[in-house]
Design a binder for this molecule. Sequence first.
Ligand SMILES: [Zn+2]
Length: 221
Amino acid sequence: MIVILYHILTEQIVQEKYPSKLLHNVVRQFAQLPGIGERTALRLVLHLLRSGKENTLEFSSSIQEFIEGIRFCSVCYNISDTEVCPICSSGNRDRTLVCVVENVKDVMAIENTQQYKGLYHVLGGLISPMEGLGPNDLQIIPLIQRIKEDEVREVILALSATMEGDTTNYYLYRKLNEFPVKISMIARGVSFGDEIEYTNELTLGKSILNRTPFDGSHSGS
Ligand SMILES: [Zn+2]
């Protein structure tokens, strides 16, 4: 009874607050985005309304095209418009090097340094018991497959210096150690503890060049 009353009341508040259900629906969608409160969401939606029908339809259709057309590269699992991403299909990359990262933002950060000419492997997350993410939720089996089948000679672990990053590094080390590949890890310097995507480009570039062999004995601290 109380619950029903609550719903009736909140529905009334909502109707009073928003002159239009359509407006309220869009505001609700925007407010689901990280860092966007309802007030900001309303400001953005009203901005779209002011910017005209054509601009707003272009905005919404670009989201639709993105979500319908985007895929993951079948080799490295980076976000791609094509079956195999431009990095994996490029003839100018060192195919013996594979840099293991957590997500697409890390690939972008490392590419921005212009210091790395190898390939990538995007795990799609880190092992995190707290978030219920285990090795099977990540692209680890395809990584092992690449090491078995491709010409990979060195795997560079470029995961963040967090507990999850360290756990994942150690898990990968144990899995990859049985293959004849060199396992190294990006140097962690002044930016220790930072997510790698936030590390400045110069530091990140250097940390890839100054990578150290990973022997499984250091936990990153
Ligand atoms: Zn790729």
